[in-house]
Ligand binder design. Structure first.
Ligand code: NAP
Ligand code: ZN
Ligand code: ZN
Length: 346
């Protein structure tokens, strides 16, 4: 066992605090990764605060992990010591069900093993990336291409793939009109990726405060949803809307912005249920869908896509002692656009 420094949540209401956790001895196919950077995803906050149901404490969250291989098990074939690697939201799955066989490990019929808050194959709880090191089976480790810095790469492992996957699945590209609701961690990646895929991109944000940034990141248009006129002006004008908002919103108002056959994909995962009026869908054959991260092969494809185009996340690197302040800023929509923890400060 390897003991490593980490930051843990001990209850839904206490601030995260320093601790140590144990990482398992290397199995034949395991990779020991020295974590260099760990992104802060809003899902970490939902989990640390038991917003998605009761969390088992103490928990080390974090599933946007970028680092360097320190050691490999004897049968590891894909990675060597010194490789630049990443780990996202999953550390294993059954690998045998129909979905796993199709490369959709995130939809594993037996439940994928989450990077934190799950039970690993050895029966121990998984602990995530707010730590100095992690041990992961090689099939769930990603290669970070040389073209991307490790700090800007970390958020791609969740925010990047969670937006890349639906954009690809619903064919964002030249001639498609894509709107992104919320310009936070996921939202700003959706803007960059949809723009890189050739789509016409519109940001729907609560205010115009981040407009300059949105346009710089690749948006063609930027509208404030606090302005009622936005909803009349843009009615029926999008093929695809990606909702990244972490809170409950008036979905009906946004569904009316879809053209005939348009789809609104929910990736935001608020604590409270969302409601949809049937008449927001029926009159234009609209679809309301969900999407969860992406498979391992697709995550690698996304990292390679980003490296080829020089795409990384817009980040603010912080020391571990600022994690609780960063949480408050994320909750206040004051993130530009992803906090990334420098793992040398744990
Ligand atoms: P984030 O950085 O906090 O971004 C969310 C953005 O939504 C905010 O920056 C803000 O953008 C907007 N927003 C926040 N509260 C709002 C409100 N009450 N009304 C309207 N807009 C609001 O969060 P994130 O890390 O991107 O994560 C977003 C959500 O996706 C979370 O619920 C997270 O758990 C979920 N998630 C899902 C998956 C998946 O696989 N489906 C993966 C990762 C994360 P503006 O200031 O521009 O309005
Ligand atoms: Zn996440
Ligand atoms: Zn499976």
């Amino acid at each position: 066992m390897l003991t490593v420094k980490a930051y843990a949540a001990t209850s839904a209401t206490e601030p995260l605090a320093p601790t140590t956790i144990e990482r398992r001895d290397l199995g034949p196919h395991d990779v020991l990764i020295d974590i260099r950077y760990s992104g802060i995803c809003h899902s970490d906050i939902h989990t640390a605060r038991s917003e998605w149901g009761p969390t088992t404490y103490p928990i080390v969250v974090g599933h946007e992990i970028a680092g360097v291989v320190r050691e490999v098990g004897p049968e590891v074939s894909k990675f060597s010591v010194g490789d630049r690697v990443g780990v996202g939201c999953m550390v294993d799955s059954c690998r045998e069900c129909d979905n796993c066989r199709k490369g959709l490990e995130q939809y594993c019929l037996n439940g994928n093993i989450g990077t934190y808050g799950a039970v690993d194959r050895d029966g121990r709880p998984t602990q995530g990336g707010y730590a100095q090191a992690i041990v992961v089976t090689e099939d769930f480790v990603l290669r970070i291409p040389d073209g991307i810095e490790l700090d800007a790469a970390a958020p791609l492992l969740c925010a990047g793939i969670t937006t890349y996957s639906p954009l690809r699945h619903w064919n964002a590209g030249p001639g498609t009109r894509v709107a992104v609701i919320g310009m936070g961690g996921l939202g700003h990646m959706a803007v960059k990726l949809a723009h890189a895929m050739g789509a016409e991109v519109t940001v729907l944000s609560q205010s115009l405060k981040k407009r300059e940034d949105g346009l710089r990141l690749g948006a063609d248009h930027y509208h404030a949803t606090s302005d009622e006129e936005t909803f009349t002006k843009l009615a029926g004008s999008f093929d695809l809307i990606i909702n990244t908002v972490s809170a409950k919103i008036d979905l009906d108002a946004y569904l009316r912005l879809l053209a005939v056959d348009g789809t609104l994909v929910n990736v935001g995962a608020p604590e409270d249920p969302l409601s949809v009026h049937a008449f927001s869908l029926i009159p234009a054959r609209r679809s309301f869908a969900g999407s969860m991260i992406g498979g391992i092969a697709e995550t690698q494809e996304m990292l390679d896509f980003c490296a080829e185009r020089g795409i990384g996340a817009e980040i603010e690197v912080i020391p571990a002692e600022k994690i609780n302040d960063a949480y408050e800023r994320v909750l206040a929509s004051d993130v530009r656009y992803r906090f990334v923890i420098d793992a040398s400060t744990f």
